[in-house]
Write a protein that binds this ligand. Structure first.
Ligand code: BES
Ligand code: ZN
Length: 646
């Protein structure tokens, strides 16, 4: 299922500024990631592509001069102080042979000492920390003496680091041990370690991690086989961008699902999680058959406490997952397919800047749907497409700044988070469905595989994708799709004229019963919902007419107890309707939900709805209790929503 982890709030239109400096393409400055091929002319109302891609605007790193290639962490995880304390040793190469400084990103880091290696000895070198920007943090500029290609930085993180959440024992499922985890996408790696925090730079990494003796550390890397003793070693031989660096420490148990796939979770939920996710090996087989081998060694899943702010996070070798997926019936495992799919789209072939986020999320949402089709059948896949399509339509209808509806976003978005809307996910997904329809599955699958193969371990732009498409699929099948149709998708606003709305037959029965019930021809108890899937329920709830009225909601609730649904997606969809209709009996359940779950996709819209429908008191009461549970990212977002507007 494709959904948006964020709602855009900060976007500033770039269109009016296209000629001005803020958006003017700068000199192309690195390797393969920063050039745009001459494109065929663009016709119709499609705006021009944004142009040659400039340096990632969300990093201070001077990766056009000196580029980090390896990170070696040696760190202590200190729960009492809520800090990570240790050293980061960075190996770098000089892109410009005379480079005399290495600039890294930091956010809230205390830097104690920086040394460079000359010969076998480490000698202190000069460094300076620039001014703090609320979004970007501060640059750490290090003088690099001529032959040195390694620096060692002694540092510690802040207890308020935006990328780390420190939970006390009471905030975990087991209640007996504390828990810590990172969430580095999009630009929070810099609050965990000094790095070049841009998707355009990839590095291998190793880590030595010390924790309390009774806790287990896991990372997005290969793990040593040693005992659980508070002393762990990791190594990541494939180069990854900093946003894929990840760590978690807690009372974690493990269940194997297959030889190469398993689940980490707190002991009380690990069994249920392994059962819920038991089809992951079939998903991986389907993906490998379509797009080539899985290239990362093991694939494990880590189920986090309910405060995890996302549905899932594609940390390589170890995806992080919300426990709200544990519905008991595998109805929400689309998110597993999604994070696994990122092993090709995103982790292997990475967006060069966050303005190209659709290359990560849109391509992944398409692959996710193909995996769901392969493992759970066409009907399920079609229903999930249709739900995503409805989400996209609703999001576009509420969009004030229409330039936000473009796949390739202008480079002056205010924050990378603004790139992760349903436009990136669902419009991106439907673009690939369009190509699949025009070229046929066989040719399209071969094209997508060749995209992954040719761009593996590289950062790519929208222009790179277009170029590859034109030189392969389009050139080999003249006439199947025109350049202007393709460019309408890539650079146009809103929904392209060639989009095809999915119409799953499984939704027809739902629609028939919904209208019979709305018209009073059918009683709520006669609705055949017992046999409905989660997706059918979601369709029923999402498409209830705006004037359904709280009486009708009460009627439904009395038979189906939707206010207490154990399925987080159904509960969420129902709560939105309940708030919109002023259906008061659901409010206590909503308050409980907000105090229990910290997943942004659910809580941001619910807080927004409550504020918009005269329930600010409830929202503030819930947040006052829930705040310590929420991740720093979620705290920031909810506080923005609850800010008095005046
Ligand atoms: N990479 C995203 C999560 C993310 C996006 C984290 C932007 C930080 C910044 C992940 O793959 C994702 O898309 N998760 C979705 C689930 C998916 C099924 C749409 C989510 O969290 O809801
Ligand atoms: Zn994703």
């Amino acid at each position: 299922m494709s959904v948006t982890p964020f709602k855009n709030t900060r976007f500033v239109s770039c269109l009016a500024l296209l000629a001005a400096t803020a958006c003017a393409p700068k000199e192309a400055d690195t390797q393969e990631t920063m050039t745009a091929e001459a494109a065929p002319p663009i016709t119709g109302k499609t705006p021009a592509p944004v142009g040659p891609v400039e340096k990632d605007p969300f990093t201070y790193a001077n990766y056009d001069e000196a580029r980090v290639t390896n990170l070696a962490l040696d760190i202590n995880v200190l729960f009492a102080e809520k800090t990570i304390d240790g050293t980061a040793t960075l190996t770098f190469e000089r892109v410009k042979p005379d480079a005399s400084r290495l600039v890294l990103d930091t956010n809230d880091l205390e830097i104690r000492k920086v040394e460079a290696k000359s010969g076998a000895a480490w000698t202190p070198v000069k460094f300076s920390i620039g001014p703090d920007d609320p979004n970007l943090g501060s640059p750490l500029e290090i003088e690099i003496p001529a032959p040195a290609n390694e620096v060692r930085i002694s540092y510690r993180t802040s207890p308020a680091a935006e990328g780390l959440q420190w939970l006390n024992a009471k905030q975990t499922a087991g209640g007996a041990h504390p828990f810590m985890y990172s969430q580095n996408q999009a630009i929070n790696a810099r609050s965990m370690a000094p790095v070049q925090d841009t998707p355009a730079v990839r590095m291998t990494y190793t880590a030595k991690v010390r924790t309390p003796r009774n806790l287990l550390a896991v990372m997005s890397a290969a793990q040593d086989e040693g005992p659980r003793d508070g002393d762990y070693e990791f190594s990541m031989p494939q180069p990854v961008p900093a946003y894929l660096l990840a760590i978690a420490v807690g009372d974690l148990d493990f269940r194997a699902v297959s030889e190469t796939i398993g689940v980490y979770a707190e002991p009380s939920i690990v069994e249920a999680a392994a059962k819920e996710f038991e089809d992951t090996p079939q998903m991986e087989q389907a993906a490998s058959a379509l797009y080539g081998p899985y290239r990362w060694g093991r694939y494990d899943l880590l189920v986090l406490p309910p405060s995890f702010p996302f549905g899932g996070m594609e940390n390589p070798r170890l995806s992080f997952m919300t426990p709200t997926l544990l519905a008991g019936d595998k109805s929400l495992v689309g998110t597993v397919a999604h994070e696994l799919a990122h092993s090709w789209s995103g982790n292997l072939v990475t967006n060069a800047t966050w303005s190209d986020a659709w290359l990560n999320e849109g391509v992944t949402s398409y692959v996710e749907n193909r995996l769901m089709e392969a493992v759970f059948g066409e009907e399920r896949a079609q229903m999930e497409q249709a739900i995503a399509f409805g989400d996209l339509q609703r999001e576009l209808a509420g969009l004030e700044d229409t330039s936000l509806s473009r796949l390739q976003l202008p480079s002056d978005i205010a924050h990378p988070d603004d790139a992760f809307s349903d436009v990136a996910y669902v419009k991106g997904q439907f673009f690939l469905h369009f190509l699949e329809t025009r070229y046929g599955r066989t040719a399209f699958d071969a094209f997508l595989k060749s995209w992954f193969d040719s761009r593996a371990f590289k950062a790519s732009t929208t222009a790179d994708f277009r170029d590859h498409l034109m030189k392969t699929l389009v050139a080999q099948n003249p006439g199947a799709a025109s350049a202007s149709e393709i460019d309408e998708w890539l650079y146009g606003e809103g929904l392209p004229s060639t989009i095809a709305a999915p119409q799953p037959s499984a939704f027809e029965a739902v629609e028939r019963e919904q209208s019979a019930w709305m018209n009073g021809e059918m009683a709520a108890k006669a609705i055949t919902a017992d046999g409905w899937t989660t997706q059918q329920w979601l369709h029923f709830i999402n498409t209830l007419p705006a004037n359904a009225g709280s009486g009708r909601l009460r009627d439904l609730d009395s038979f189906f107890d939707l206010s207490h649904s154990a399925n987080a997606e159904i509960a969420f969809a129902w709560y939105r309707r309940a708030i919109a209709e002023g259906y008061a009996p659901a409010l206590p359940a909503i308050e409980q939900f907000l105090k229990r779950v910290g997943r942004g996709k659910f809580i941001y819209p619910l807080y927004e709805d409550l504020v918009a429908h005269d329930e600010r008191d409830l929202a503030e009461r819930a947040y006052a209790k829930a705040k310590p549970l929420y991740h720093p990212i979620a705290q920031r977002r909810v506080e923005e929503i609850l800010q008095p507007t005046n």
